[in-house]
Design a protein around this ligand. Structure first.
Ligand SMILES: Cc1cc2nc3c(=O)[nH]c(=O)nc-3n(C[C@H](O)[C@H](O)[C@H](O)COP(=O)(O)O)c2cc1C
Length: 161
């Protein structure tokens, strides 16, 4: 995996390093090692007093997974429908403004990953690629942040950002 810095410098995260990551906190630590400080702070920080960020982390900590032993798990199915779209798992890729700052493939890579996993990619209005380019990855896609969807959506689709 290559991370592109704003000045075009790349730093690599080798396979061995990636294999040592087993949870999101580990990936966060790895990202901190390879990203320039300003990008790391943009990615890891929250808005203003970071109250919502803290609430989100606390909310996830309150969710407990209860292991259910001796159940037949031969046929597992996490598929459901979100926004009328069938998805393989109830997990979507959240919108991030211009992820090409972190990786040159930006939202194209994220949308490809969503398509491969059978779920929905949510494009930010701060996208670095046009909606048409992202749509070519064949990912199911939703668009956020458009209070006036017809106007802003049209300009994104035509590439006139
Ligand atoms: C670097 C960064 C950029 C983001 N950009 C957007 C955005 O452009 N539009 C949007 O609706 N949400 C944006 N978000 C919010 C995320 O989509 C998501 O809702 C938020 O990070 C909470 O989810 P999490 O706990 O999985 O990080 C951004 C978040 C981060 C960290």
């Amino acid at each position: 995996m290559f991370m592109m810095t704003r000045v075009g410098e790349t730093r690599s995260m080798n396979d061995q390093t990636r294999r040592t990551a087993i949870n999101l906190a580990d990936y966060e630590d790895l990202a901190k090692q390879v990203l320039p400080r300003d990008l790391w702070e943009h990615m890891s920080g929250g808005a203003a007093d970071e109250i919502t960020l803290r609430e989100n982390v606390a909310a996830f900590r309150r969710i407990k997974v209860v292991p259910r032993v001796l159940h037949d798990v031969t046929h597992r199915d996490l598929s459901t429908q979100i926004l009328g779209q069938p998805v393989s798992v109830p997990v979507l890729i959240a919108p991030v403004s211009c992820p090409a700052r972190y990786h040159s493939d930006g939202e194209l890579a994220a949308a490809r990953a969503a398509a491969k996993a059978g779920t929905i990619f949510i494009a930010s209005t701060g996208t670095c690629f046009s909606v048409e380019e992202i749509a070519k990855t064949s990912a199911a896609m939703a668009l956020t942040g458009c209070s006036r969807i017809s106007e802003i959506g049209r300009s994104l689709i035509s590439g006139n950002k």
